[in-house]
Design a protein around this ligand. Structure first.
Ligand SMILES: Nc1ncnc2c1ncn2[C@@H]1O[C@H](COP(=O)(O)OP(=O)(O)OP(=O)(O)O)[C@@H](O)[C@H]1O
Length: 678
């Protein structure tokens, strides 16, 4: 006798009020008690079979007069499928049928055919069928329920998205791979006859293993991402890799979730010290919080260090005999401006800064010998020996000044720590990093030095479309070889289909990975929502008023202030104050904390929102003056620098747009940013 909770049950309970949740929890605990004691539910539980349903194993439990829990009995298993008020619960049950897929042997909850027929009917034949040439058994082996096979075979390329909305995630993802021209092998079918013991089943069901497990499942202590991993996520979490692995995917496809579970899994296996890292401090703090949720056992949790790479370098430095470094905070520009002036040099400030930021600092070139012969691949202007010498003369003096002040920079520190580790040995056995797209050569070298090369040494999770801090860096050139160990995630769990499609239009359909290979960015979303709005305002006060009205409308709809974020390109400062006044609610800027206070509206920068998510988002000031900031572009003379900066602005806009789960407003004063128009 087992109790199994379905994802649909967890979601339905989550939507009910606290009192109903308590009643449901008590009824399920009673069911478990009866099953353990007697092997069947006793009469007092008020459990009975339902009429007018598609499967005779479907039953209902009545915790009180109003509430109903829909349960399915299959062999020795009781699967909790759904909970709601009487009519809604019975309506749900009348349209669903749990069945074992004849090819894969996996349990699935299939929505009734009426819906598929509707879909088949509106399919027009103007486009070629996408899957007509595949045999039914093959489609079923990919996870397509038998009753959907016809609809799938009649789907065309332009309307298949409607089907993806109703098919199980894993089936949709495999069909998408077929559309991308990939060879898709069916997953291994269930081997031991247990329809729940399969990665496809574990995406939708959780087999309860004991009382504490049931308690956790019912008390809402688990969020969805903690339990119901998609098979492709689970595979990445559990699979042994014979070297560095890469996990890519557009925004919201669960890369962070994979990184967290992989770290937890390695910690449980107790196979050596684990590091979970990333680029930004805010994301590192959020990772630390979530990992503690995943690993309640403190002894196991302590096996994982969670810290962003730069902070880690700072922490390791004293242990490696590098003293206690002080990192130059703020902009490096004044130092170079002053040095140029002092030397009377004719080198252009903008060019010098670009050379420092893109060549010298990231590659840790601290001597003339190193800089003189360093390749400058990808830079717009070729440099002769004399120009290099002129640049170095300035850099050398600036470096000395930095040293005199007892300071270093993040890039130089990363190289220094990496070098010491290369000599003294790596402190971790497994390293997992999120936001891998933002790592430059300095961070990649550090990453490589943190774990010795070997099985399961490195996992890099990231999205080439979210590079907002620097241009593309070759991982291979820095000794991180992921060839043959790269996987792309395709289901977007965060963002409504409408917002995702809007965001996708900001980007090309293919983007180069770290080694310049093009990658398709196509993904699927699991739910629909209102279309994103774009509003133009004549003046700044009008924009504040318009944004405040939009925010207030979301609050009236039931969102809490902390679930709504207003994002700006530059420091929000005065706008935050004005919005607080116009909305009559307190505002937080997330400068010092990661978890938003639920009672305060979030007003912060697009950069700071990276890795976070909100139910409703406003992107404010998306005008041609602000994005990209005119003042920033005016400083860039080199063509390659301008292109890189523009690319980063595009990706920043993509990052900001994809922070929204359900609602999105884009506002501007004057003319819209050219990047908004594809
Ligand atoms: N298997 C899953 N089931 C349910 N929700 C999931 C699952 N995987 C991820 N999510 C949810 O989807 C959202 C996005 O996940 P996550 O932050 O891991 O994506 P990401 O790829 O790292 O996104 P980004 O690159 O935009 O930061 C989160 O709310 C997460 O909890």
């Amino acid at each position: 006798m087992r109790i199994i909770t379905a994802l649909s049950f967890a979601r339905s309970v989550d939507r009910l009020d606290t009192q109903s949740q308590i009643l449901i929890k008590t009824a399920v605990m009673d069911l478990q008690f009866d099953l353990m004691r007697d092997g069947h539910p006793r009469h007092g539980l008020r459990i009975h079979k339902l009429k007018r349903v598609k499967d005779e194993g479907i039953m209902s439990i009545s915790p009180d007069k109003e509430l109903r829990i829909i349960v399915h009995r299959h062999a020795q298993d009781y699967t909790l499928l759904y909970a709601d008020h009487h009519d809604a619960a019975y309506d749900w049950a009348s349209r669903r049928r749990p069945e074992v897929n004849p090819e894969s042997g996996v349990m699935q909850v299939v929505e009734e055919l009426e819906r598929t027929e509707v879909i088949t009917r509106f399919i027009t034949q103007t486009m070629p069928y996408a899957f007509n040439h595949y045999e039914a058994p093959y489609l079923m082996s990919l996870g397509v329920p038998p009753s959907y096979v016809d609809a799938v075979r009649h789907a065309t390329v332009d309307n298949v998205d409607a089907l993806f909305e109703v098919l199980p995630d894993e089936a949709s993802e495999r069909l998408l791979d077929l559309m991308d021209g990939k060879l898709v092998l069916p997953p291994t079918p269930v081997v031991n006859g247990d329809p729940f013991d399969h990665p496809d089943a574990r995406r939708h069901f959780h087999v309860i293993t004991g009382e504490a497990d049931l308690e956790a499942a019912l008390s809402g202590r688990w969020e969805e991402w903690m339990v119901y991993l998609h098979p492709s996520q689970r595979q990445l979490v559990e699979k042994p890799f014979n070297g560095p692995a890469r996990v890519s995917g557009s925004a919201g496809t669960g890369k962070t979730v994979v990184a967290l579970h992989r770290a937890a899994e390695l910690a449980r296996s107790d196979s050596g010290a684990v590091l979970l890292t990333c680029f930004s401090r805010t994301l590192a703090e959020s990772l630390a919080e979530k990992l503690t949720q995943l690993l309640p056992d403190t002894a196991v949790r302590h096996r994982v260090t969670v810290l962003n790479l730069h902070r880690l370098a700072l922490r390791l430095a004293p242990e490696l005999g590098l003293g206690t470094p002080r990192v130059h905070s703020g902009d490096i520009e004044p130092l170079f401006r002053q040095t140029l002036f002092q030397l009377g040099s004719e080198v252009a400030l903008a060019f010098l800064l670009s050379e420092w930021r893109n060549v010298i600092e990231p590659r840790g070139l601290i001597t003339w010998e190193a800089y003189r012969s360093a390749p400058r691949t990808g830079r717009g202007v070729a440099l002769g020996a004399r120009q290099r010498r002129a640049i170095w003369t300035v850099v050398e003096v600036a470096l000395k000044e930095l040293q005199r002040q007892g300071e270093t920079t993040w890039g130089l520190l990363s190289h220094q720590v990496a070098e010491a580790l290369e000599r003294q040995g790596a402190p971790f056995r497994h390293v997992i990093t999120d936001e891998a797209q933002d790592l430059g050569p300095a961070e990649l070298r550090l990453l490589r030095a943190l774990a010795p090369p070997g099985p399961d040494d490195l996992m890099l999770c990231g999205d080439a479309g979210q590079r907002v801090y620097r241009g593309r860096s070759s991982w291979l050139a820095m000794g991180v070889d992921v060839r043959g160990r790269s996987t792309r995630l395709k289901i977007n769990y965060r963002t409504s289909q409408d917002i995702r499609q809007f965001a996708d239009r900001l980007m090309p359909t293919q983007l180069a990975d770290e080694e310049g290979e093009p990658e398709s960015r196509r993904t699927l979303s699991r739910f629909r929502g209102p279309a994103p709005e774009v509003q133009r305002f004549g003046t700044q006060p009008a924009q504040i008023k318009g944004v405040a009205l939009w925010v207030q409308a979301r609050l009236v709809e039931g969102l809490r202030p902390g679930e709504v974020a207003v994002l700006t390109r530059t420091q929000p400062g005065r706008r935050a104050e004005l919005l607080a006044e116009a909305c009559s609610i307190p505002v937080q800027t997330l400068e010092h904390q990661v978890s938003p206070d639920p009672e305060q509206l979030v007003v912060t920068t697009m950069h700071r929102a990276k890795g976070l998510e909100f139910r409703a988002v406003v992107l404010m000031d998306v005008s041609d003056e602000q994005i990209p900031p005119r003042s920033l572009m005016a400083l860039l003379e080199d063509l390659a620098d301008r292109e890189t900066a523009l690319e980063q602005e595009r990706q920043l806009l993509y990052v900001a747009t994809t922070r929204a789960r359900e609602a999105l407003l884009i506002s501007y004063v004057g003319e819209p940013a050219a990047l908004l128009v594809p």
